[in-house]
Design a protein. Structure first.
Length: 293
């Protein structure tokens, strides 16, 4: 028998300490899925580079929730220097939180454009074409499917043996868990690295923060216009005038391990500004939009 990808099985009671009293549980997980998320892009100087992050999908019977992998697990296991660094990278990349109502066929998306938190709803029903190709991905025998979403053509590999229509980011709707998804241009790849069977609450804590409601089309247009500007990699906040009210200090990715300049100062790329609870780095790589439209 082919050895499966390492699957952590931790059945038991819901861990009551991972959410505050003012968070609203809407479901509980059957399992969670960790995905590597890789983006092939360029530095501000035009050199090829790959940004690597991790996301998690909480899969329930009625809802799924997608968010930063380390942001979720830090709530459970507490914060270490390593998880702080990873969580900071997720915040710097503005990884969205997506709550999907499976029965209602609706997604509520919480995403930042510094210095503002936004929320919008999406009723996108993905139209998949299932092909005859098969391939083993992350230890699962998968079938191939393709779709066009938001201006990009995507190929997904899904495992029918995992009874779920869930997948990474906004992808869903296939007769099995999506194990891998990549765009035709070779820019983006989501790939499963972990499946954890344990019961956790799926909550709506993002609804408690001051989010500005916006139409999806307007959000995509605004984000892409700002982030695709040539100034963005070297001046990520070029479009915002810093006020005294914005100043909330600086955060280091890792104080003890941060490389230093010859004079002992800290390079700016290892610092980020926190404004209105949104992380803004001093410098970042060129932005690659998942959604073109």
């Amino acid at each position: 028998m082919m050895k499966k990808l390492f699957i952590i099985i931790l059945f038991g009671m819901i861990y009551s300490g991972i959410h505050a009293k003012d968070e609203t549980p809407v479901d509980s997980t059957m399992f969670t899925v960790g995905y590597h998320f890789r983006v092939n892009t360029k530095t501000a100087d035009g050199e090829p580079v790959t940004d690597s992050l991790q996301t998690v999908v909480l899969v329930g019977q009625h809802f799924t929730k997608t968010m930063g992998y380390h942001s979720f697990w830090t709530k459970i296991n507490g914060e270490t220097q390593e998880t702080f660094d990873a969580m900071s990278a997720e915040e710097k990349a503005h990884v969205p939180t997506i709550l999907r109502d499976i029965g209602g066929k609706k997604m509520t998306v919480y995403e930042d454009i510094p210095v503002q938190h936004y929320v919008y709803e999406e009723n996108e029903d993905l139209k998949w074409t299932v092909l005859e190709d098969t391939m083993t991905v992350s230890g699962f025998l998968c079938n191939k499917a393709q779709t066009i979403y938001a201006g990009r053509k995507w190929t997904a590999w899904f495992a029918e043996e995992v009874a779920s229509t869930a997948g990474p980011w906004k992808f869903h709707g296939l007769p099995g868990l999506i194990v891998k998804c990549e765009d035709e241009g070779g820019i983006f790849t989501f790939e499963l690295f972990e499946l954890v069977k344990r019961v956790f609450p799926i909550t709506m804590e993002e609804a408690k923060r001051p989010n500005q409601k916006i139409k999806r089309e307007k959000f995509i247009e605004r984000r892409n216009k700002l982030f695709l500007n040539p100034r963005y990699p070297t001046e990520p906040l070029y479009y915002h005038t810093i006020s005294d009210a914005d100043e909330q200090g600086w955060t280091l990715w890792s104080l003890e391990k941060t490389p230093r300049n010859p004079d002992g100062s800290i390079p700016l790329r290892y610092l980020t500004r926190i404004i209105n609870g949104v992380a803004i780095p001093f410098k970042c790589n060129q932005y690659q939009p998942l959604e073109l439209e």
